[in-house]
Design a protein around this ligand. Structure first.
Ligand code: ADP
Ligand code: ZN
Length: 818
């Protein structure tokens, strides 16, 4: 790996190290021709020859001497300014090394998506070029033509020139090498047309009461008054209030001014005014303690991870807000990670209400150009606070002084494709590199974070009570074992609770983590279930479209008339999903306004936001949904939460199943009774005595910790060890199995004891998109050694070129084994 020390001191390097946004693992060294010497610097992109073509790479380091004698020349530097500063380069390198993935892939993840398509190459004539044209410098006829063209135009985009002169590209580079032209990467403004609407407002200095109008102009006077009380102005129809002529007259007299206001349909866009009710609250003593801890680390400055463990509604967000205020007062910036922004609009809106336009929100609803705009605004230092999901951890904040990770336990922080980084852990590393505090907040901390707090590596701040001593929701378990079939969807106790809730005019959430109508189509003659041809899962029936769908690969088909196995005709739908739950609720409570929120009804973030808004303004009485409804929204009138089935979550084939179920059920239950009325959560299950459910009922994190930590310690699992999951897969079943066995042998060869490997075993989800998958979970006390050994073994296996189509994926700190 190249040295950063060198990179930062050398201003016009002769050689550069380049990484690529592909699977290529090691950096390649290129020579920098004189024309590009001044421009080549780490953190920029360059066009370089690779294989038979040329490709965009990222400059990550510089050298005076090449490590090998044969180096190729870079073709062009694409950026005038580095896209990544030294700090972010170092962070991305850490991610690459730790998560065993190519550095270039991490850099690609850290940059806004589509940035390459937003860059174009522009050719400009230099002053040396002008001199050469004026004098008798040697130029070939084609070159002279090109130069003449550029002398008039000053500059032109390279693709355009290529259309005019077939060899423009080669000519331009040749001329650039001689210093007569320069070829630079230039950012093209994103193709987003902001929507503007005309707004009418009082002209400056005009007083609605004393403005000189004829006494008969009552309509005009009324318009002035209306405009005086409207902050920022009114759209035409409202301003005119039925008299467009009067409005036009006012504009002619210069009393009313027309302005264009840019509107955006982004609900996270800065709304215009700070919300006066959103002021800093006086902190409780425990909140103050937490803020004081962080304050010391901001001023020092010092790396300080703080685990803020507080029940839902205990005032964690208030702690973040005030800690951030302190950082801003010292001229620093803040980074706030939230699990899924579209599902937590309320939390985000609190940041906007308190800090206004100083906040930039990075969310998945931003289109390429918008996201790129936000990214550039952040890089220019124009936003003091960035709120975003996982990938926002790479936001280019130049004066970052505090990092917050809300709901630090949330599995969505782990990316499930390469680079498989964990947003929380990268955030911690970022704070460490910057010597800054990082607050990890949760009502149900991950065992990893809690263990580190216990071991003294993180500071622990606890908020055990809700603000104003509001009660936590009561949690009751409903035993499904004694109920008849149809009652198992909506049990009598749950129905009674919904009815009472509706009678009080309050709202209810019903949670079921399965979308669709029926989860299995079973043949009653041979017992076969309709399965996906590409995955080892059964197909779910979706009633709206009348199709069977695979939730793993999105395969779809019409339901068969007869069983494909035995041609039997007695086919039966079993198992229920949210569609069926919604239908059942409508049937039982025909007067209630029922809505559903899952990936089918909330395909886009806008749709999700709309449903949550409806819930918030009371337009929904009962909201049915998947875990989408369990996130951090906070609707005071929701007093009942029903969990239709807890059993799937309890029995996932994953060592974190218990921990996950506890967090999920606690979060979902926490949606009830956030206002001053007490809430009730009802959990339906076939396992009423399960230790996880008892811990949820008692809202007892300590009980969960005791039980789970003991199991994990005995089995040598995280958080007491580090883990890597190796997934060996192939379209061919035997090839996958053979390669998995081979990997086990190679791991042995690296000195890994078989006690520390579970597997090889068929993955719980054995077949996905036609690939047969085998798992090896490798644990070890020391992360670095473990990672090095596993990486070595996997590299060996790949070098052995096992049967075609075999793939080995390494997942460091795997968040899910399913
Ligand atoms: P959490 O993030 O832990 O769920 P919040 O910070 O959202 O909790 O606080 C819950 C509610 O209590 C919010 O409405 C918040 O405005 C209010 N709150 C928080 N801290 C205080 C305080 N010190 N005094 C009064 N109200 C507070
Ligand atoms: Zn499938």
């Amino acid at each position: 790996m190249p040295s950063f020390g060198m990179a930062m001191t050398s201003s016009s390097p002769a050689y550069v190290d380049v990484v690529f946004p592909t699977a290529l693992e090691t950096p390649l060294t290129y020579h920098v021709p004189d024309a590009w010497r001044g421009l080549a610097a780490p953190g920029k992109r360059a066009l370089v020859p690779l294989g038979k073509g040329q490709t965009t790479g990222y400059l990550v380091g510089t050298r005076e001497r090449p490590p090998i004698s044969q180096t190729k020349d870079i073709h062009e530097v694409l950026d005038a300014e580095p896209l990544l500063d030294a700090h972010l380069l170092e962070l991305t390198r850490w991610v690459a090394e730790y998560y065993l993935c190519p550095w270039g892939e991490v850099i690609r993840t850290a940059l806004p998506p589509g940035i390459d398509s937003l860059t174009r190459q522009v050719v400009r004539i230099t002053s040396a070029g002008r001199v050469a044209m004026d004098g008798e410098g040697f130029l070939r006829p084609g070159e002279r033509e090109l130069m003449a063209f550029l002398r008039v135009r000053e500059e032109a985009p390279l693709p355009g020139l290529s259309r005019r002169w077939p060899h423009a590209r080669a000519m331009a580079h040749g001329l650039a090498r001689r210093g007569l032209l320069e070829v630079v990467g230039e950012v093209r403004p994103p193709r987003i047309r902001p929507l503007t609407i005309p707004l009418y407002a009082l002209a400056p200095g005009v007083n609605a009461e004393t403005a000189p109008l004829s006494p008969r102009a009552t309509k005009q006077r009324a318009i002035l008054r209306a405009l005086a009380s409207a902050k920022g102005g009114l759209p035409r129809a409202e301003a005119a209030a039925g008299s467009p002529a009067a409005l036009a007259a006012l504009v002619r007299q210069g009393l009313v001014r027309l302005t264009e206001v840019e509107v955006t349909r982004d609900p996270f866009a800065y709304p215009g005014g700070l919300d006066p009710s959103e002021v800093a609250r006086e902190l409780t003593p425990l909140q103050s303690e937490a803020v004081a801890l962080v304050q010391a680390a901001i001023s020092e400055p010092q790396f300080l991870p703080v685990l803020l463990h507080g029940v839902t509604g205990s005032g964690k967000t208030e702690v973040y807000l005030q800690a951030i205020e302190i950082a801003l007062a010292q001229g620093r910036q803040a980074l706030v990670l939230v699990p899924e922004i579209t599902l937590t609009p309320l939390a985000v809106r609190r940041f906007l209400a308190r800090f206004g336009s100083r906040v930039a929100v990075l969310h998945s609803g931003l289109r390429g150009g918008e996201r790129y705009d936000a990214w550039r605004r952040i890089r220019r230092g124009e936003a003091d606070i960035v709120v975003g999901a996982r990938s926002a951890v790479f936001a280019p904040l130049p004066r970052l002084g505090i990092v917050v990770v809300d709901e630090e336990h949330d599995p969505s922080y782990k990316q499930d494709e390469t680079p498989r980084y964990h947003g929380r852990d990268v955030a911690i590393m970022r704070a460490k590199l910057l010597q800054a505090p990082v607050i990890l907040g949760s009502a149900t901390p991950s065992l990893e974070s809690f263990e580190r707090a216990r071991a003294g590596r993180y500071r622990l701040a606890e908020l055990p009570q809700r603000i104003e001593s509001r009660p936590l929701p009561r949690v009751r378990v409903v035993d499904l074992r004694r109920l008849r079939g149809e009652d198992r969807l909506l049990s009598p106790p749950l129905c009674a609770a919904v009815r009472e809730c509706l009678e009080r005019g309050e709202q209810a959430l019903l949670f079921l983590n399965r979308r669709g109508f029926s989860t299995v189509l079973l043949c009653e003659e041979c017992g076969a279930a309709a399965g996906c041809p590409h995955c080892s899962v059964s197909l779910t029936y979706h009633s709206g479209r009348g199709r069977l769908c695979c939730h793993t690969c999105d395969f779809e088909r019409r339901p068969p008339e007869r069983c494909p196995q035995c041609q039997g005709s007695r086919l039966r739908y079993l198992g229920f999903g949210t569609q069926q739950l919604e239908a059942a609720v409508r049937e039982r409570f025909p007067q209630a306004r029922v809505a559903r929120m899952d990936r089918d009804t909330a395909r886009t973030w806008r749709a999700a936001a709309r449903i949550l808004e409806d819930l918030e303004r009371g337009a929904i009485d009962v909201l049915v949904g998947t875990q989408m409804i369990g996130k951090g929204h906070d609707v005071p009138n929701v007093t009942l939460v029903g969990v239709v089935s807890a059993d799937m979550a309890l029995h996932l084939p994953d060592f974190r199943a218990g921990e996950r179920a506890f967090a999920l059920l606690t979060q979902v239950a926490g949606r009830a009774g956030r206002g001053d009325r007490p809430g009730l959560a009802l959990i339906q299950t076939y396992n009423p005595d399960h230790y996880i459910l008892r811990a949820v009922q008692a809202q007892d994190y300590a009980a969960l910790w005791e039980a789970e930590s003991q199991l994990r310690r005995e089995q040598g699992l995280p958080p007491f060890t580090r883990a890597v999951l190796a997934v060996v897969s192939s379209p061919e079943a035997t090839a996958a199995e053979r390669a998995a066995m081979e990997l086990a042998t190679l791991l042995h060869g690296q000195g890994i004891r078989s006690d520390d490997v579970s597997g090889p075993a068929p993955a719980p989800l054995y077949k996905v998109r036609g690939r047969h998958r085998w798992h090896l979970l490798i644990c070890g006390r020391d992360g670095r050694t473990l990672h090095a050994k596993v990486h070595e073994a996997a590299t060996h296996l790949r070098a052995l070129r096992p049967a075609r189509g075999v793939r080995v994926d390494l997942d460091v700190d795997p968040a899910s084994l399913c």
